[in-house]
Design a binder for this molecule. Structure first.
Ligand code: S3P
Length: 425
């Protein structure tokens, strides 16, 4: 795909598609619940469609009309053994959360994914699940997909995840819902808390005290209505674009403002962009509001510590922003980037270096020197949706045309991305 360089300022208002994390969870919990669940503003992207397909394969009736999904839930006991292996596509969230559910259901199932997902570590979730009594087998002692699960009656545990991962926390909590006794997860750093919020919206009791989350097993869920807010991780690409292209000013409405997700707003502000954030409502425990961002001269900063899990998926766009900020930006404590759809420390550094940036990858992050004018060339998304979107936004400040190879990867989380970009530019 050809992307013209220096296409001008961004102006206007936009609503981005529904939040990916919340869309996944709404299908999972709706499928485990008794009664009807109606999801609106569902993210109709490939990852979330994989979650729908997985539960359809277990006999759940799920109707989808674009962004509206209706689930006729019959309760956990009614889920059926899938007849065929379940294809998770590119979706790490589906893999880790579904493993938590399947480990506690009384049947056999097999999971596989695409090339990227097959290389991503699953032992981070299979290890705690095995401690709960799960029987899971696969390559490298169950570290990688494909995995075969022989469902068991699980027992609650107290788990201190060694990695900062909401997927691991969520997978263990979902297994805890099916287990005997109480399951406790104690995090080192707070990660996104959509599972805890949504379990409560479905009628479960969850006890959250700081970094500790407790769930009692054998609770039943009741179908409900879920209104999915816009995905701040998708909005982040346009927020970054407006912060970086002189003369820009845009507003994004009805976007999720859950504090475990808004690290990018803190960072963009600290770099010097003009930002206004107005909370308009709280729906199902999730804050929602409007963000206005306006260009201003940017400066380099250090991005490290507790803010990292609050913006883990936004680090590629933050790195791009740093190429247009005066001075040095240091990203640290972000070793988890190496386990995403691609090794995002390597792919961000490769792509931005090719475009002319001064960027050095480190073990747990990167160091970027700005301001650097970017040039146009051929660059690869590496099949990673967020790398694809970072490249498209980079083209706005590139002096020549950029040719983006494999732009379709973006459909994983943002179908309609280029239409929305064209509306704003
Ligand atoms: C997600 C958690 C994060 C994030 C991913 C979605 C979730 O992954 O990168 O895009 O929905 O729980 P980790 O839990 O691996 O950090």
């Amino acid at each position: 795909m050809k992307l013209k360089g220096q296409r001008g300022v961004l102006r206007g208002k936009l609503c981005v598609p529904g939040d990916k994390s919340i869309s996944h969870r709404s299908v999972i919990l709706g499928s485990l619940a008794k009664g009807t669940t109606i999801i609106t503003n569902f993210l109709n992207g490939e990852d979330c469609l994989a979650t729908i397909a997985a539960f359809r394969a277990m006999g759940i009736e799920i109707e989808q009309d674009n962004q509206v999904v209706t689930i006729t839930g019959k309760g956990i006991e009614e889920l059926k053994e899938p007849l065929e292996p379940i294809n998770l596509g590119n979706s790490g969230t589906t893999a880790r959360l579904l493993l938590g559910v399947l480990a506690g259901l009384p049947f056999h199932s097999t999971l596989y994914g695409d090339n990227s997902l097959t290389k991503r570590p699953m032992d981070r979730i299979t290890d705690p699940l095995r401690t709960m009594g799960a029987k899971i087998d696969g390559r490298a002692k169950g570290k990688y997909l494909p995995l075969a699960v022989r469902g068991q009656q699980l027992t609650g545990i107290t788990y201190h995840p060694p990695v900062k991962s909401a997927q691991v926390k969520s997978g263990v909590l979902l297994a805890g819902l099916l287990a005997e006794g109480t399951t406790t997860v104690v995090e080192k750093t707070k990660t996104r808390d959509h599972t805890e919020n949504m379990l409560q919206a479905f009628g479960a009791k969850v006890d959250v005290q700081g970094l500790t989350v407790k769930i009692k097993g054998k609770q039943s869920l009741k179908g409900t209505s879920i209104q999915v807010p816009g995905d701040i991780s998708s909005a982040a690409f346009f927020i970054g674009a407006a912060a970086m292209v002189p003369g820009s000013k845009i507003t994004i409405e009805h976007v999720g403002l859950n504090p475990t997700r808004t690290g990018i707003l803190d960072v963009v502000k600290a770099m010097g962009a003009k930002l206004s954030i107005v909370e308009t409502s709280t729906i199902g425990g999730e804050k929602v509001g409007t963000i206005t961002v306006e260009y201003s001269e940017l400066k380099g900063i250090t991005i490290a510590g507790d803010v990292i899990p609050r913006m883990i998926d936004e680090l590629p766009i933050a790195a791009l922003l740093a190429t247009q900020a005066k001075g040095e930006t240091v990203i640290k404590d972000a070793e988890e980037l190496r386990f995403k759809e691609t090794d995002r420390i390597a792919t961000v550094a490769n792509v931005l270096t090719k475009l002319g940036a001064h960027i050095n990858p480190t073990e747990d992050g990167m160091v970027i020197k700005g301001v650097t004018p970017l040039t146009g060339t051929n660059v690869e998304s590496y099949g990673d949706h967020r790398i694809g979107m970072m490249i498209a936004i980079a083209s706005l400040v590139c002096q020549q045309e950029v040719i983006l190879e494999n732009p379709d990867a973006i459909n994983v989380s943002y179908p309609g991305f280029f239409e929305d970009l064209n509306k704003l530019v």
